[in-house]
Design a protein around this ligand. Structure first.
Ligand SMILES: N[C@@H](CCC(=O)N[C@@H](CS)C(=O)NCC(=O)O)C(=O)O
Length: 213
């Protein structure tokens, strides 16, 4: 059984998508980050970085309980555990990892900072807002270029690279209110992924967490 420590954010949605796609038995342990639940000693013992998501797998690699944080690492772990959504072919596998790294180190942090400086910062700093918006838009353009030549980020098949990128493209549209008008290939890819029952379910389950205390 997997315990998924999560909240209603894009990073929590990524790992929920993989749990749903693989129909992995799991329970969700809500971590209300707006109330500081990520900073309790109990949660810091699971993730010393004080962020969601994290997982605890009662049946870890050596058959013993195993905890893991960082959404990219969790996705790779679940892909290797199930043998799904990360290609076995070496070139395709590294291509998937390449796009996962770009999401983890680029798209997610840039959109996250754009949201922070445009919606949460006590002072509106035009330079910071423009910097993060432009960098996010540039990365959406890079992804659009890739999707002009390939159905999915790693190649012909849907992988965890798409699962981790999709919630941030969702956020680009629905949290920071930007369009995909300049990114028609991302628009096509986004709709194809949203048509998957597991993705729609993961979105609903993740968003419902905000109703929990
Ligand atoms: N690189 C981390 C980022 C996780 C992250 O930033 N999580 C946010 C929610 S999307 C969080 O827990 N924020 C709480 C805080 O910063 O105090 C991952 O991908 O797991």
């Amino acid at each position: 059984m997997i315990t998924h420590y999560s909240w209603s954010t894009p990073n929590g949605m990524k790992t929920q998508i993989m749990l749903e796609e693989c129909a992995l038995p799991h329970v969700i342990e809500p971590v209300p980050i707006g109330k500081g639940a990520q900073n309790t000693p109990a949660y810091r013992a699971i993730n010393p970085n004080g962020k969601i998501p994290a997982i605890r797998d009662s049946d870890g690699p050596d058959g013993r309980p195993f905890t893991l944080f960082e959404s990219g690492a969790i996705l790779v772990y679940l892909a290797e555990k199930t043998g799904r959504f990360l290609p076995a072919d070496q070139a395709a596998r590294y291509r998937a990892l390449q796009w996962i790294m770009l999401q983890m180190g680029g798209l997610g942090p840039m959109i996250g900072q754009f949201h922070h400086f445009s919606a949460s910062a006590p002072e509106k700093i035009p330079y910071a807002i423009d910097r993060y918006r432009n960098e996010s838009a540039r990365l959406i353009g890079v992804i659009d270029g890739r999707l002009a030549e390939s159905p999915y980020l790693a190649g012909p098949d849907y992988t965890i690279a798409d699962m981790c990128t999709w919630p941030w493209v969702r956020s680009w549209q629905h949290t920071v209110n930007q369009t995909l008008d300049a990114a028609p290939n991302v628009k096509r890819w986004y709709a194809a992924i949203y048509a998957r029952a597991a993705v729609a379910k993961a979105e609903a389950v993740t968003l419902a967490l905000r109703n929990q205390s």
